[in-house]
Design a protein around this ligand. Sequence first.
Ligand code: PMP
Length: 288
Amino acid sequence: MPRIAYVNGRYVRHADAVVHVEDRGYQLADGVYEVCEIAKGFIVDEKGHLDRLGRSLSELRMAWPLERQALELIMREVIRRNHVHNGMVYLQVTRGVSPRDHAFPTKPVRPALVVTAKRMDPRAAAKKADKGMAVITVPENRWERVDIKTIGLLPNVLARQAAVDAGAQEAWFVDPDGTVKEGASTNAWIVTNDGSLVTRPADFGILRGITRATVLKVAAELGLKVEERRFSVEEAQTAREAFVTSATSLVTPVVSIDGKAVANGHPGSIARSLREAFFAIAEKSPTC
Ligand code: PMP
């Protein structure tokens, strides 16, 4: 069964899914994207992801490629055609195809839309969560609007590769004041020694993670105290637990930071309970 992608109005074989060489996403990273988790036949937190897509588009003065409801239908069709019960759906919108020029196209162009979906084995993610991940830290070198989910991900790519080169799985961006921003593709959290969850406030300095928002709800449900404040690398290294959140990794424990074990170097129990309670609390919309 071949994989199918949606590209600008057509469902095509994934292997043949291509965009124009003058797509502004391809040449200028002039576009935005979203990734939603699909779990047990449901799209997780779809509304939050599409609301954030709308915000990213509007911050960049881009239009929706088509009506939101039509986009929801296309997502479902791509999920259906790829038989995804567990996995992810990816949406990318760019400003469109136009002769290369930094300024916006003067002639109106239609934003370009790509939607893909992929099956993923939830047991692999569970295995990773059981093992926990190693994190390194890297200096923050991104622009000031990382709250916009743009496809311009070069610093994130280099940070993640630095992690891989160091035998780790994620890199945390650190501000000049020594505080942790977020991971290359995850939000960062710690659990203090008295059991409070700490995560950086979602202002302009981090992506306003949809999973982060749901984990805040899960924490409230579990009666956990939460502090939205900055924390330093050192505080994280000496914390009771650390973990990351994202649509595809959900809640994944961090067991070391820059080679220093967090607590006993094994996943902590609070991260585990947040992960276990996540699906029950998250918003779930059927894929068909
Ligand atoms: N920060 C960054 C930089 C990311 O790329 C992601 C993943 N999209 C996240 C945080 C987590 O966001 P979400 O929970 O919405 O997947």
